[in-house]
Design a protein around this ligand. Sequence first.
Ligand SMILES: *[C@@H]1O[C@H](CO)[C@@H](O)[C@H](O)[C@H]1NC(C)=O
Ligand SMILES: *[C@@H]1O[C@H](CO)[C@@H](O)[C@H](O)[C@H]1NC(C)=O
Ligand SMILES: *[C@@H]1O[C@H](CO)[C@@H](O)[C@H](O)[C@H]1NC(C)=O
Ligand SMILES: *[C@@H]1O[C@H](CO)[C@@H](O)[C@H](O)[C@H]1NC(C)=O
Ligand SMILES: *[C@@H]1O[C@H](CO)[C@@H](O)[C@H](O)[C@H]1NC(C)=O
Length: 251
Amino acid sequence: MKSLFTIACLATSVLAAPAPPKGTFEWTPTLAGYMDVVFSYIQAAKAGAPSPTCDLSKAAMPVAPTPLPTPAGLTLDHVALGRGVQNYTCANATATPAAVGAVARFYNVSCVASDWPDLLPIMPNLALQYPLPAAPDAPLEPSNLVLSTHHFFSNSTTPVFAFDAPTSPDLGRVFAQKANSSEAPTNSVIGPNGQGNGAVAWLYLTSRATTVGDIKAVYRLNTAGGNPPATCQGQDSAFSVDYSAVYWFYS
Ligand SMILES: *[C@@H]1O[C@H](CO)[C@@H](O)[C@H](O)[C@H]1NC(C)=O
Ligand SMILES: *[C@@H]1O[C@H](CO)[C@@H](O)[C@H](O)[C@H]1NC(C)=O
Ligand SMILES: *[C@@H]1O[C@H](CO)[C@@H](O)[C@H](O)[C@H]1NC(C)=O
Ligand SMILES: *[C@@H]1O[C@H](CO)[C@@H](O)[C@H](O)[C@H]1NC(C)=O
Ligand SMILES: *[C@@H]1O[C@H](CO)[C@@H](O)[C@H](O)[C@H]1NC(C)=O
């Protein structure tokens, strides 16, 4: 375990955060793969790779299996790692689960998107394996990511993204609507510990008129987990499914 902590501490410093990770992280293939990529960036940094710039104009959004509309004419403001639950209801045993919203905390990965892009698609797979920190505003380990946004729904068709975290700048409160979607890639992580019903769709969301601030478009990409079972057989009338994803915000 000692080497894991050494690497984890290096990961923390490479990702521009001062404190060592708190708590223990069970060694899994996903964590190992993540640390391999962290380590490759550490090696590159030691070999004189340019310092990180956190320049979002360098960040390239991944393309969905069925390509989503591009954010033409818009500027990338923020990239966040989301971790939380998708909520569903079941009317009866023969119904299909109905999506009724989601609740998640978002953490700032803007610099990861611009400077360590190979880490970004692994982050939801890793985040899905662990619960959120007990303290509501605490950073997300093992990379000490800072809380930036709270995600919830104001009604069943209105996802909200509130930049109200005490640790981050206030980019407003986005009231959005689904504008387009793509199935997640077939190799997406289906749930925690490889158990689950699949990764929720990749989405293109646009701002409603009630939005506070300048954000016009939000993408939900690199999803892991979150899908409900195919039928309501044996399900509670309301239940939640763990998920994680990377969100891109444009103004
Ligand atoms: C989704 O986006 C694609 C690509 O831009 C477009 O061809 C398609 O018509 C869109 N679908 C909807 C429902 O807007
Ligand atoms: C089960 O719920 C669905 C969705 O609300 C409804 O359409 C269907 O009629 C219900 N079936 C029974 C047997 O109650
Ligand atoms: C979703 O479920 C969680 C419990 O897992 C609950 O705290 C939250 O209020 C629910 N939110 C919505 C919008 O259904
Ligand atoms: C949900 O909220 C949006 C924005 O406030 C509103 O336009 C829409 O009509 C609402 N939908 C329902 C089903 O209440
Ligand atoms: C994200 O982190 C970068 C680098 O620390 C910072 O400049 C930016 O303001 C943060 N954005 C948000 C929305 O938290």
